[in-house]
Design a binder for this molecule. Structure first.
Ligand code: MG
Length: 158
């Protein structure tokens, strides 16, 4: 038996923070605002995994009102979500992610992002797909105001 979940996240660009996506620090003029490290890729994937198990969302498990998660490494949250669904009898089998941003170009960092996400989920890189695209200049992403990410994850019953 398999189950599928979808996750979405977006964060606003701000000055004075590192840009962290998929666990990688990516050189850029701006980082992303957020209570944690604001890793929109890890957050969307975490929500996809939780969603597939109908186990709530990132905000219910790791609320931004809790000082424990201030500045949190979101790869650690992702690992915790995988452990949480494991306790419910599932294992993460595969994930597919689309990151939408105008700048910087994410292509050169995709292999490292796939490796980091796969390691956090005990998967091989062949089980983790990461695609990056622009929003063709449209909307908040197109104006360079932030980053959006959509993720899909498949769980298998253990
Ligand atoms: Mg987020």
């Amino acid at each position: 038996m398999t189950r599928t979940g979808i996750g979405y996240d977006s964060h606003r660009f701000v000055e004075g923070r590192p840009l962290v996506l998929g666990g990688q620090v990516i050189p850029h003029t701006h980082g992303l605002a957020g209570h944690s490290d604001a890793d929109a890729v890890a957050h969307a994937l975490t929500d996809a995994i939780l969603g597939a198990a109908a186990a709530g969302d990132i905000g219910t498990h790791f609320p931004d009102t809790d000082s424990r998660w201030k500045g949190a490494d979101s790869i650690d949250l992702l690992r915790r979500a995988a452990a949480l669904v494991r306790e419910r009898g599932f294992r993460v089998a595969q994930a597919d992610i689309t990151v939408i941003l105008e700048r910087p170009r994410l292509g050169p960092f995709v292999p490292a992002i796939r490796a980091a996400l796969a390691a956090a989920l005990d998967l091989t890189v062949d089980d983790v797909s990461v695609k990056a695209k622009t929003n063709e200049g449209m909307g908040f992403v197109g104006r360079g105001e932030g980053v959006a990410t959509i993720a899909v994850a498949t769980l298998e019953a253990r």
